[in-house]
Design a protein around this ligand. Structure first.
Ligand code: ADP
Length: 187
């Protein structure tokens, strides 16, 4: 099973993606996690990505696309994966189509977690108290929501037109949301 999980910052993508990866027996590929690990290691990639992330901007597509191509080519992603935080732009959608085509595979479904915008801001402000993430301040949080609405929300329609979209209510406890996702997955 090859899946994407989408949703605005704070929707709970990361939490759901980790357990979903286990249930489908596939790799959990979070572009945000990979960037943060690179920032911590002060790698070249990390140094390039950091200033965009700290400002709540997207890292440029050419950097992100190359990283994902490399990651999807690894063995543990061959049969099953869940991509978390990618694609986020229409250009990334086109690149992902090309990568999967080159690998001779394709997507089985796209999970969209749907959560009301004010609830999202409240969740992220709460997370900010403990996350230590430089992009978890109120101004940057609000900016990330705007970037999501402008750049990433349109992707939902693209996957809807392809008949891949599963829209899941993301409000409720973690186990409840997980059950909703499982019930919606293709057999
Ligand atoms: P959130 O979903 O809370 O915004 P993520 O952990 O998914 O957080 O991503 C954190 C940051 O990493 C983003 O704000 C962005 O700067 C960068 N990033 C992650 N994925 C992508 C992507 N697909 N394209 C561009 N930038 C990305």
């Amino acid at each position: 099973m090859r899946l994407l999980i989408m949703g605005p910052p704070g929707a709970g993508k990361g939490t759901q993606a980790v357990s979903l990866a286990e249930r489908i027996g596939g790799a959990h590929i979070s572009t945000g996690d990979i960037f943060r690990a690179n920032v911590q290691q002060q790698s070249d990639l990390g140094r390039e990505a950091q200033r965009f992330m700290d400002a709540g901007e997207y890292v440029p597509d050419e950097i992100t696309n190359a990283m994902v191509r490399d990651r999807l080519g690894q063995d543990d992603a061959r049969e099953a994966f869940i991509l978390d935080g990618y694609p986020r732009t229409l250009d990334q959608v086109a690149t992902l189509d090309g990568i999967l085509n080159d690998l001779g595979s394709g997507l089985d479904g796209v999970v969209e977690l749907v959560v009301d915008p004010e609830e999202l801001i409240q969740r992220l402000l709460k997370r900010a108290e403990t996350s230590g993430r430089a992009d978890d301040t109120e101004d940057v949080i609000r900016h990330r929501q705007q970037v999501y609405t402008a750049e990433t929300a349109p992707l939902v329609d693209v996957y809807g037109q392809r008949g891949l979209l599963m829209q899941i209510d993301g409000v409720g406890d973690v186990a409840e949301v997980a059950t909703r996702i499982d019930d919606a997955l293709p057999a």
